[in-house]
Design a protein around this ligand. Sequence first.
Ligand SMILES: [Zn+2]
Ligand SMILES: [Zn+2]
Length: 344
Amino acid sequence: MKAWVLYGKEDLRYDQREKPIPVSGEVLISVSRVGICGSDMSYYKTGKIGVYTPTRPFIIGHEFSGEICEIGAEVKDFKIGDRVAVEPSMPCGRCDYCRVGRYNLCKNMRYLGSAMYDPPVDGAFCEYITMPAENCFKIPENLEYGIAALMEPLSVATHALMRAGSLPGHSILITGAGTIGQLILILARAFGVAKVAVTDPEEGQRKLALKQGADYALDPSVAELPDQIREIAPGGFDIVLEASGIVNALRQGFEYVRDGGTIVQIGILPAEEKIPIGKIMFKELKIVGSFRFCNVFHTAIEMAASGRINIEPLITQVFPFTKLTEAIQFACQGNNIIKIQAQL
Ligand SMILES: [Zn+2]
Ligand SMILES: [Zn+2]
């Protein structure tokens, strides 16, 4: 089969790989649609993610959907031809975190297309992939493969809002209007928040946020920002969701969260950075991290399939699978671009 293998910085090759065979408890999936994530762009542009550098070439990609085409022994709930969205987390199921249901913190996690573990785990930018059956979720007829391939980032957004606490009637500020920021916005509206403001330096991203239901979309780089925020939320926002991974956005979050409010950090920040921690005590802030997701993949599917939310406008463009390098380079351009996917 064909697979896209990352060898290093800006070195992505369309390689020949052995077609995998499902072992007991696994299914073989013919991949239909794969989304390009910010982490895939980071692997391509820099050869690594955060402080993690892959120790061998590996297949990237973790946002995908497809059709089951082979069934391993002991698999009961699936049949050939089932259309599935696939959760990419493969936790150990035995450590203390797994045992209390917080498997996103598993100490022995294997995550599809990730080099955060050694050796890196091969991902989904390939024609066929084997997965444990328990990672597969049958999708209803009305859920297209493109939407189904958005269930991983939608799960990230769902988890972030659950980490934020009670939402109905509250005001929220979302910093960063990429895929995760936009998904948080769409979900937050469905969950009943009263007021939503979004910040992003890209005009295209702000325009889309307004279309998706943001009350305000602001440019965080302008000098008038403090005045604009004072007018929108005089006492500050109840909840700030930091979805950009930009240190300055978090600093602004400390500024614009109200006393007694909550900051949820979702974007990947550098390991060490000066932030105004003095405010944590004086403002009685709750600072919460949100790492990937756990136990919400089914919720994400239900939200999308029920028609409660419409996330289709976030798919900016679909490239043929053979043109993945061009697709990633295109995705890296930023303005007006949210989710780029590859179609097999
Ligand atoms: Zn992702
Ligand atoms: Zn575990």
